[in-house]
Design a protein around this ligand. Structure first.
Ligand SMILES: C[S@@+](CC[C@H](N)C(=O)[O-])C[C@H]1O[C@@H](n2cnc3c(N)ncnc32)[C@H](O)[C@@H]1O
Length: 261
């Protein structure tokens, strides 16, 4: 698939009501608990201006703004997500502190040395050119600035049942082993300060998705909800394959903290 189609496909899926039904508002394993952990690792404070790359529905940006008092700019490729996140910020009365805009992680619309910290959760693995995104992160961070990334890892090239379009959408298609993320960030100039394994959060998330898929299938069968075009059989197989891969350690979830010297 062409790079632009991959990005748009991911943005369309994560802008959909179906994604929200399955994942809730926080589109990554560990939810706001893990976002809070990243905020601690980044040592966020009211003086920090943070860029949330691929900010989704804005849940993490709003969470760190409220928890650490920092200013946050979120960018995302999905117009739907940007508009929902902006509406949420307005509703919570934090418009001056948190803002969202449309943008591509591989072409960040910001000047060099603009931010004290960058957050990027469950999205780096979907970027077709991770080295370009890493260089962009480096460029827009101030010297001494911190990057906090959480992402899926995969240890094998082929995972039966998880290949193809669906796996691109679910971020798994182009996930890498931890050492390759680390090497990509180091090549961009980052110093790695910490890595943490949070694979248990991924297992928990896949179990929740399985339960929600089952619930949605029952409701659709009873004609209580209308989900046109949703293929429950494929969804079920996919969730089962993902659970097997996470339980056996082929798929995982990690946190990486890095510094721009
Ligand atoms: C799995 S969701 C994660 C969203 C958010 N970080 C969270 O954890 O709730 C992936 C997000 O990446 C966005 N995205 C995908 N490719 C992107 C790109 N090249 N630039 C900016 N956002 C992108 C999608 O629109 C989607 O909102």
């Amino acid at each position: 698939m062409e790079e632009q189609s991959v990005k748009q496909c991911c943005a369309t899926f994560y802008g959909s009501d179906f994604a929200r039904m399955l994942l809730g508002d926080s589109f990554h394993p560990g939810g706001t608990r893990l976002t809070g952990r990243l905020g601690e690792l980044l040592a966020l404070s009211p003086e920090s201006h943070v860029l949330d790359v691929a900010s989704g529905r804005g849940t993490s940006a709003l969470h760190i703004a409220e928890t650490f008092g920092c200013r946050v700019t979120g960018i995302d490729l999905s117009e739907e997500n940007v508009s929902l996140a902006s509406a949420d910020a307005s509703q919570r009365g934090v418009i001056g502190q948190v803002a969202f805009q449309l943008g591509d992680a591989e072409r960040l619309p910001f000047e060099n040395d603009s931010f004290d910290a960058i957050l990027c959760e469950c999205a780096f693995c979907t970027f077709p050119s991770k080295s370009v995104a890493a260089s962009e992160f480096y460029r827009v961070l101030k010297p001494g600035g911190q990057l906090g990334l959480s992402d899926l890892t995969r240890s094998e090239a082929e995972i039966p049942g998880l290949e193809g379009l669906l796996s691109w959408i679910a971020c798994i298609g182009d996930a890498l082993p931890e050492e390759r993320y680390v090497a990509t960030l180091q090549r961009a100039g980052f110093h790695i300060s910490r890595t943490e394994d949070h694979s248990h959060a991924l297992v928990e998330m896949v179990r929740q998705i399985q339960a929600k898929l089952l619930g949605a299938e029952i409701m659709a069968g009873l004609k209580k909800i209308d989900l046109p075009g949703v293929d429950f059989a494929t969804g079920r197989q996919f969730a089962q394959a993902a659970l097997q891969a996470t339980s056996s350690g082929v798929l995982g979830y990690i946190v990486i903290a890095a510094t721009k010297p």
